[in-house]
Design a protein around this ligand. Structure first.
Ligand code: ARG
Length: 275
């Protein structure tokens, strides 16, 4: 909380009134559209002022990004804002999207960066660039806590309805390792976000959800679900940037190093993961 209000204060002292309205709109957005908050136009704010950038995220992925009392909070939110504050760029606020709309939003210039627990992988790297990694993850297979169903490996998921979020690497595991083999395409349920997937798991509409381990651990703390087993994927999260935005990429990489060196990164992992 205090971190956000601090960065808000810093922000308020650094820009004019019109941009403040935009920023608040970006933060209060109700999710989904993200269309009101036009591109940041990095580099175009004039000669004497640092360029301003906007970022996109996909809440419903705790503790990386989620809505709390209508406010967008999480590790990615704090970390990205801390990283930008180490650069000459001004931060112009957040837009919210479904996860699978983030890369199009970036390439269409609706946002200038993605901070969404996004795994760096080859396929995405064909379309966008990534900063240096800032977090590691594997995939967890999550089941109901009360359950009679306790799979220990992917083959135990045979003939079961399985859920994941659209466009994620969890979906990739389902499509590559399960569909056509252990389960049919119809047994895969794709959700716009992981909150809906976990709700459907609780409701009994799917028997397992494939989701990043740190997020699975967070859901397991707050809901009657548990991790059955971990499928090792060795993923690394990075911030997404346009391929032609090398200046921003290297500024964010320097910012990331600065945030690690200052101890701020460690503070934020403590705050959000209790590590
Ligand atoms: N790490 C996974 C991926 O990159 C899932 C990310 C989902 N993020 C989110 N904010 N919903 O595909």
């Amino acid at each position: 909380m205090s971190d956000r209000s601090l960065s808000r204060r810093q922000y308020l002292t650094s820009v004019g009134g019109a941009a403040v309205t935009l920023s608040v709109a970006g933060c209060m957005g109700d999710g989904g559209s993200g269309s009101g908050d036009g591109g940041g136009g990095s580099g175009s704010t004039g000669t004497e002022q640092a360029p301003s950038i906007t970022a996109g995220t996909a809440p419903g992925f705790p503790p990386f990004e989620m809505k709390e009392g209508g406010e967008l909070v999480g590790f990615d939110i704090d970390l990205f804002e801390a990283v930008v504050s180490e650069t000459e760029y001004q931060f112009d606020g957040w837009s919210e999207f479904e996860f699978d709309s983030l890369i199009p939003a970036l390439t269409n210039n609706n946002i200038d960066a993605i901070a969404a627990g996004m795994t760096i992988n080859e396929k995405r790297d064909e379309t966008i660039d990534f900063t240096d990694p800032y977090y590691s993850s594997d995939q967890a297979i999550v089941v109901r806590e009360d359950g009679d169903f306790s799979p220990g490996s992917l083959s135990d998921l045979a003939d079961r309805p399985i859920g994941a979020q659209k466009g994620t690497t969890g979906e990739g595991v389902v499509q590559d390792e399960l569909v056509g083999d252990e389960i049919t395409q119809n047994q895969y349920n794709a959700y716009d976000n992981y909150v809906l997937a976990i709700q459907d798991l609780q409701n009994g509409n799917v028997d397992a959800v494939v989701i990043d381990v740190p997020v699975a651990e967070t859901f397991a703390k707050n809901r009657p679900v548990e991790i059955a087993f971990v499928y090792e994927t060795g993923e690394k999260f990075g911030f997404g940037v346009r391929t032609d935005d090398d200046e921003l990429t290297s500024a964010l990489n320097s910012g990331l190093s600065a945030v690690r060196e200052s101890g701020r990164y460690e503070e934020l992992t403590q705050k959000w993961f209790g590590e």
